[in-house]
Design a protein around this ligand. Structure first.
Ligand code: SAH
Ligand code: SF4
Length: 427
């Protein structure tokens, strides 16, 4: 999501004649787009600011701006703590950047952390400045009001709001005309998308169907889905269109009912299992990935085992796995004690990672011998003689280069695998 926001920022800045560079040494302004989800993410930003402070010593006119969640969370405190920062802009303040830059050029500190209940940047065409020309992200909704007890997002990104459907369909159509072959619809809870315009109501199944109909050779992905809104209606639409990718990211967080309740996730273990059963019923070939948090407040060994058993039952293809990190101002930080010792959190996380590693390997082994349609994306990182792309299930497949170029579709028969990658031959 931050990547997509950076493209909006780049677009706003290009209107006042700034262009992007990969080289901080030649920049007039460096913006750091930040995430506050875990303490570790904020620590990395602090380290980056230390480097930029040194650069500013050599280039006193350099401006440094901090964008995104950390800007929103810490507000003016950041200007006190990090003297090198000139501009602080929260996630809903990017239209205001030209004014903020002018203020900073005059030598004054500039800040806007106003959270808007309406801003969706729907009319700003993102500048896709670091893009392979094949895959693009489209932000379709912003903010979140689910208030999972561990999560800082509702405080840093504000109210949930959906973009106007017509602007999304127009943006996707334009991308297709410009040669893009894969778009990912993005939102904190992408499947909770809702909008009403000209008397027409669009929910996520209606929107994704419209986007799929733009062209059958435009692949559609979406992330992240909340289990509470993973309806059968949506699954039927995914099943109906071959160009809607058969890959669903459905964060579980914990397999224990007690912990799910404390997390305020709004579903139970049984509800989650029922959603997985529905996915398997309507889309048997669908890959399912997830997010897991280990060591949430009061998590017992039994709760942890419940997570492991549910992971095994679901047979996730892939997972992002985290240690619980207490975030200031969240419900959990106010109501519960972060009482699972660090070494227990680490050990449980390692067990979760080890299990996922074997589940991913098992899932990949099942693909050996199968033929997949792959969208060619890049040269393989290891060798110029090989290309890399992904199948509908979002698995990376490496295959011989031949005459294919990025954006082509090619059928590949998988011949071998590791737990992370499939390798195959052209058929
Ligand atoms: N909106 C999405 C995900 C948002 S954040 C959802 O609800 O699933 C991405 C992931 O970061 C979350 O799924 C969760 O696994 C993790 N996360 C969020 N807050 C965290 C915290 N305080 N500690 C550890 N992991 C966290
Ligand atoms: Fe955070 Fe929960 Fe919202 Fe996801 S749904 S962004 S985890 S509050």
């Amino acid at each position: 999501m931050n990547f997509s926001d950076s493209e909006i920022v780049a677009s706003v800045l290009s209107d006042i004649d700034y262009c992007s560079t990969k080289n901080a040494d030649e920049a007039d302004i460096v913006f750091v787009n930040t995430c506050s989800i875990r303490e570790h993410a904020e620590q990395r930003v602090r380290n980056r600011l230390r480097e930029l402070k040194l650069l500013k010593k050599q280039k006193p006119l350099l401006l440094i701006g901090l964008l995104g969640c950390m800007a929103e969370r810490l507000k003016t405190k950041l200007l006190d703590e990090e003297k090198c920062i000139d501009i602080v802009a929260g996630p809903d303040a990017y239209r205001n950047l030209p004014d903020l830059i002018r203020t900073a050029i005059e030598g004054k500190k500039a800040i806007n952390v106003f959270l808007s209940p309406e801003e969706t940047y729907a009319d700003i065409s993102p500048l896709r400045y670091e893009n392979n020309g094949i895959s693009a992200f489209i932000s379709i909704m912003r903010g979140c009001e689910n208030f999972c007890s561990y999560c800082v997002v509702p405080y840093t990104r504000g109210k949930e709001r959906s973009r106007n459907a017509e602007t999304i369909i127009n943006e996707a159509t334009e991308l297709y005309k410009n040669g893009f072959r894969e778009i990912t619809l993005l939102g904190q809870n992408v499947n909770s998308f809702k909008c009403q315009e000209n008397g027409l109501f669009f929910d996520f199944p209606a929107l994704i169907e419209k986007v799929a109909l733009i062209n059958s050779s435009l692949r559609i992905r979406f992330a992240t889905s909340h289990p509470k809104d993973m309806s059968d209606e949506l699954l039927k639409v995914i099943a109906k269109y071959p160009n809607i990718c058969k890959s669903i990211h459905l964060p579980l967080q914990s397999g224990s009912n007690n912990i799910l309740e404390l997390m305020n996730r709004k579903y139970s273990r049984d509800w989650y299992m029922n959603r997985i059963e529905s996915i398997r019923k309507y889309i048997p070939e669908c890959a399912v990935s997830t997010d897991i948090i280990s060591g949430f407040c009061s998590e017992t060994e039994i709760d942890h085992k419940d997570t492991l058993s549910l992971m095994e039952w679901a047979g996730f293809d892939h997972a992002y796995m985290f240690k619980y990190s207490e975030r200031p101002d969240t419900l959990a930080s106010k109501k519960y004690k972060d009482d699972v010792p660090e070494e227990v959190k680490s050990r449980r996380l390692q067990e979760i990672i080890d299990l996922q590693h074997s589940l991913s390997h098992k899932s990949n082994k099942k693909d050996v011998g199968k033929v997949f349609e792959v969208l060619v994306e890049n040269e393989s990182r290891r060798s110029k003689d090989f290309l890399s792309g992904r199948n509908s299930q979002n698995k990376v497949i490496i295959f011989p280069r031949k005459d294919f170029i990025p954006g082509d579709y090619v059928n590949i028969k998988v011949s071998r695998c590791t737990s992370a990658t499939l390798f195959g031959e052209i058929v």
